[in-house]
Design a binder for this molecule. Structure first.
Ligand code: GLU
Length: 444
C-alpha cells in the first residue's frame, strides 16, 4: 500500500511551495488508495512555533487536504536517541560530547528519482574544509568526509536523521518533496544504509518561480496560503491552481475537478522544469470557480470577509448578500473584488470615484435626480420593473435619452461608472437608500 507524508517544519506559515508538496502527496495517496500522513517536523524547539502549527493545520483543512495520521516529531525524541545509540554500539556512529555523529563512508550514492531519473552523488563531495591546514584531505591524502550529525548536543535530532527514522518506522513508500531537498537525499540514503533499512522511492518536485523566472518572492506569490484566503480565493480554485504547478493531465485542460484530477494523477507525469506561478491565471481560475459556484456557497465565504472589513455586523441578512452575489458573481476574480464593487450597498454614504465625478457627473443632474427620487419614493411596490418604469417616464418627460441618465444615476448610487444593470442595482440597493442617495446628491 502506498503511504506518503507531508512533513512541514512549523518555522513559518504554509506557503505555496509547501501546499503544492502537500497536495501532490495527497493526490498520490488518493489516486493509489493509500495513506497520507502529516508529520510536523518540530525538532528545532527554538524556531518551531505553535502559531505556525495552527496555521498549517488550518490552511490544510481549508484546502480540504485531510490526513490519515498526524505525528509530531517533538514527541519522538526517545525513538531517535535509541536508534542513534544503536548505531554507536555497532561502531557506525560515535559520540562527540553530547552529540552523536555518523561516520560517513566514502562511496558513490545513486538513486532513481521518479521525476528526474537517475541521480548520482559521491560522498567524496561531502568534504570538510580544514581551516588550520587549509586542506580538504588528511595526512594520507584522502578526502576528509564530513560526518553526519544524528543528534545535536542539546539532544534534538538532526533533520536528515529523524526524517529517515520516521520514514522507515512509518513505512513511507514514496518521499515526494521539493527539489531543494535533493542534496539531502544522498545523506539520508547513507543513514538508511547504516540502519540497515531499505529506502523508499523518491520524487523531487520542480521549483516554483515567479513570472520573472526567479525564485518566488513576496511580490511574485510567496505568501502564506492563509493570505490567499484573505485575498478572497476559494479553496477549490487554489487547489486547482496548485495542482497545475508542475503537473497537467496532458490535454491543456486547466479547470478540473479534484475527483477528475486524482483519477488522472501520476507522479511520473510531473515536470522536471520549474513551474511558473502566474497570478493572472490564478485570478482567472478563481473567477471561473466563483462564477460557477452556488450563490449560497459564495455567500457563506463572503460573510466572514465582509465582517472582517466591517461592512456588515453579526445581524447581516444572508438573503440580501445572496441576492447581491447573484448579481456580481459572474465578474469577480476574487471575493475581495466583491467587497470593492459592492461596498456601496453597505455604506451610509457612497464614495464616488474621482474620475466618474469629473466625467459622468460633470454636468449638473441634481434636478433630474430629485425628480426621479420623488417618483421612486411614491412607488407602492418598489422593484426592478417599477424602478425601470419610473426611470423611463422621467427620461421621457425631460426629453432625454435613457443613456443621458443611466450613467449619472449609476454613479450617484454606487460611486462607480461600471456595474451590473442599473435597474437590478436599484432594486438591490433598495428603495430608501436609492431615494436618499438621489435626493441628497451633491457633486462635491
Ligand atoms: N521538514 C522538511 C521541510 O519542511 C521536510 C522535508 C521532507 O519532506 O523530507 O522541508
Amino acid at each position: 500500500m502506498v503511504k506518503v507524508r507531508f512533513a512541514p517544519s512549523p518555522t513559518g506559515f504554509l506557503h505555496v511551495g509547501g501546499a503544492r508538496t502537500a497536495l501532490f502527496n495527497w493526490m498520490y495517496a488518493k489516486a493509489q488508495k493509500g495513506k497520507f500522513l502529516l508529520r510536523i517536523e518540530d525538532t528545532d524547539q527554538q524556531r518551531s512555533k505553535q502559531e505556525y502549527v495552527d496555521e498549517i493545520l488550518d490552511s490544510m483543512t481549508w484546502l480540504g487536504l485531510d490526513w490519515d495520521e498526524l505525528i509530531y516529531q517533538s514527541q519522538r525524541f526517545d525513538i531517535y536517541k535509541e536508534h542513534a545509540l544503536k548505531l554507536v554500539s555497532e561502531g557506525k556512529a560515535y559520540q562527540d560530547g553530547d552529540a552523536i555523529l555518523l561516520k560517513m563512508p566514502k562511496q558513490e550514492v545513486k538513486f532513481w528519482d521518479l521525476i528526474r531519473g537517475e541521480i548520482v552523488f559521491d560522498t567524496a563531495s561531502f568534504v570538510v574544509w580544514d581551516e588550520e591546514s587549509g586542506s580538504k584531505t588528511n595526512e594520507t591524502g584522502e578526502a576528509q568526509l564530513k560526518d553526519e550529525v544524528l543528534l545535536k548536543s542539546d539532544g534534538s535530532p538532526a533533520y536528515n536523521f529523524c526524517c529517515v527514522v520516521d520514514d522507515v518506522l512509518m513505512e513511507i513508500t514514496h518521499v515526494v518533496r521539493g527539489e531543494d531537498h535533493i542534496s539531502n537525499t544522498p545523506r539520508q540514503l547513507i543513514v538508511y544504509q547504516s540502519l540497515g533499512f531499505k529506502p523508499p522511492k523518491f520524487a523531487h518536485l520542480p521549483l516554483i518561480t515567479g513570472a520573472d523566472g526567479k525564485r518566488l518572492s513576496k511580490r511574485t506569490g510567496a505568501v502564506a496560503v492563509s493570505a490567499y484566503r484573505k485575498m478572497g480565493f476559494l479553496p477549490e480554485a487554489t487547489m486547482n491552481f496548485l495542482m497545475l504547478l508542475g503537473w497537467s493531465p496532458g490535454n491543456n485542460q486547466e479547470m478540473m475537478s479534484m475527483k477528475n484530477a486524482v483519477q488522472k494523477f501520476s507522479v511520473k507525469k510531473i515536470n522536471k522544469t520549474a513551474a511558473v506561478f502566474d497570478m493572472d491565471k490564478f485570478r482567472w481560475l478563481n473567477g471561473q470557480y466563483i462564477k460557477q459556484a452556488d450563490p449560497q456557497y459564495i455567500t457563506s465565504a463572503l460573510i466572514p470577509l465582509l465582517k472582517e472589513h466591517q461592512l456588515v455586523t453579526d445581524d447581516v441578512d444572508p438573503g440580501f448578500i445572496k441576492e447581491a452575489v447573484t448579481l456580481y458573481q459572474s465578474r469577480l476574480p476574487t471575493l475581495m473584488d466583491f467587497l470593492d464593487r459592492a461596498r456601496y450597498l453597505f455604506l451610509e454614504k457612497v464614495e464616488i470615484e474621482q474620475e466618474a465625478k469629473e466625467t459622468i457627473l460633470a454636468k449638473d443632474r441634481t434636478m433630474e435626480f430629485q425628480l426621479l427620487a420623488d417618483r421612486l419614493h411614491a412607488l407602492d411596490a418598489y422593484d426592478k420593473d417599477s424602478a425601470e418604469k419610473s426611470f423611463r417616464a422621467v427620461v421621457d418627460e425631460l426629453g432625454l435619452k435613457a443613456s443621458d441618465l443611466v450613467h449619472p444615476v449609476r454613479v450617484a448610487l454606487t460611486g462607480s461608472a461600471v456595474g451590473p444593470g442599473l435597474f437590478e442595482t436599484m432594486a438591490l440597493l433598495g428603495k430608501s437608500k436609492t431615494v436618499y442617495r438621489l435626493k441628497n446628491f451633491t457633486n462635491e
